[in-house]
Design a protein around this ligand. Structure first.
Ligand code: SIN
Length: 348
């Protein structure tokens, strides 16, 4: 297995370096940043779809496995990381966002694709949606079956993602998620199923479009989500720590206090229903807010709007994991409590 991949790697590297970027008949130029995940996953068994190693194959191997990519784009690949997405961190997110913003300054680059593990794909996608300041398309793609599995979904997902990033109709739509022949907005999409390929959805907002063959077909013209915010992270080296606490019957304030002692600058609560939290925790939440430490009440229900209440800021339509990203970016930008409330209120 190792030898086979080594020769594939070499062949792909030669093919990549030999392909001219600006030939007269050149296809749109698309850059793929690889970060790992199941799309780069490998197992000794072709029926193993649950116990494989994520983040094993390099970007050259992924590109070489899909020669059809050259039909839709002139592709180059860069290996940013090769990890399971559970290990993705803010340092890598900042690096990725800066690399994409820099890359988009090159007028020859049409779009960017990021390969990523699906477990935290929605967090990276949301981060990029809020921090890449360009109308050019960013497409983030993963797979639910490793590259070695029967019926691996990665190759087709990658081909569709590149086809989307190369397409003019993808401009001005922010960061998009591609899996299972569907295109979702990174602003709203979330992983909804632990094992099946149709996992990415936005329960209330739906899909932006899908693929007919490998051609993207959008349902609507480009639109910006209501109240969409954007942040400049070009000078950030790190982001303020924000933690998520899960609500349940019998919850008390112990973990809220522990989070602050541990250096959290903001807290997101995955609350019950419309962001409800137990009565016995409300005094602590109020105290933290008065001390200037924002507490966002999101919902553990999986969808819906969390409205403002006396204790804590409602998360709007943002899930706990998206709320954590947004609050961290807001704090890094120096936003005060009123600005943070506006961001989560999601009004224009
Ligand atoms: C991961 O998120 O890295 C593993 C799971 C996946 O990619 O589907």
């Amino acid at each position: 297995m190792a030898v086979r991949f080594a020769s594939v790697f070499l062949g792909a590297a030669l093919a990549l370096s030999a392909s001219p970027l600006f030939a007269a008949d050149a296809k749109p130029s698309v850059v793929i940043y690889a970060t790992g995940g199941t799309i780069a996953g490998s197992s000794a068994s072709s029926t193993d779809t649950t116990d494989y190693d994520a983040g094993k194959l390099g970007i050259e191997t992924l590109i070489k496995a899909v020669p059809e990519l050259s039909q839709v784009a002139t592709v180059t690949g860069e290996q940013l990381a090769n990890m399971p997405s559970q290990d993705m961190d803010q340092k890598t997110l900042l690096k990725l966002s800066k690399m994409i913003n820099e890359k988009f300054k090159d007028p020859a680059v049409h779009g960017v694709v990021v390969t990523h593990g699906t477990d935290t794909l929605e967090e990276t996608a949301f981060f990029l949606d809020l921090t890449v300041n360009s109308k050019k398309p960013v497409v983030i793609v993963g797979a639910m079956r490793p590259a070695t599995a029967v019926g691996a979904d990665g190759p087709m997902n990658l081909l569709e993602a590149v086809s989307l990033a190369a397409n003019d109709k993808a401009n001005g739509r922010g960061t998009m998620v591609v899996l299972n022949d569907r295109i979702s907005s990174a602003f709203y999409a979330t992983k909804t199923n632990s094992t099946t390929p149709d996992t990415f959805r936005a329960a209330e907002q739906g899909y932006l479009g899908g693929f007919v063959g490998i051609t993207p077909r959008f349902y609507y013209s480009p639109a910006i989500p209501t109240g969409k915010m954007s942040f400049d992270v070009s000078k950030e080296e790190s982001l303020p720590k924000v933690v998520i606490l899960y609500s349940y019957q019998d919850q008390d304030s112990a973990l809220l206090d522990a989070a602050i002692k541990d250096g959290a600058k903001g807290i997101v609560i995955a609350g019950m229903g419309n962001g409800s939290i137990p009565t016995r925790t409300k005094a602590t939440v109020k105290k933290l807010m008065e001390q200037g430490i924002p507490v966002i009440r999101s919902t553990r229900t999986g969808s819906g709007f969390v409205s403002k209440k006396e204790e804590g800021i409602g998360s709007g339509f943002f899930s706990p994991q998206k709320s954590r990203i947004l609050l961290s970016l807001a704090l890094a930008s120096g936003a005060d409590m009123a600005a943070i409330e506006r961001y989560f209120g999601m009004v224009e």
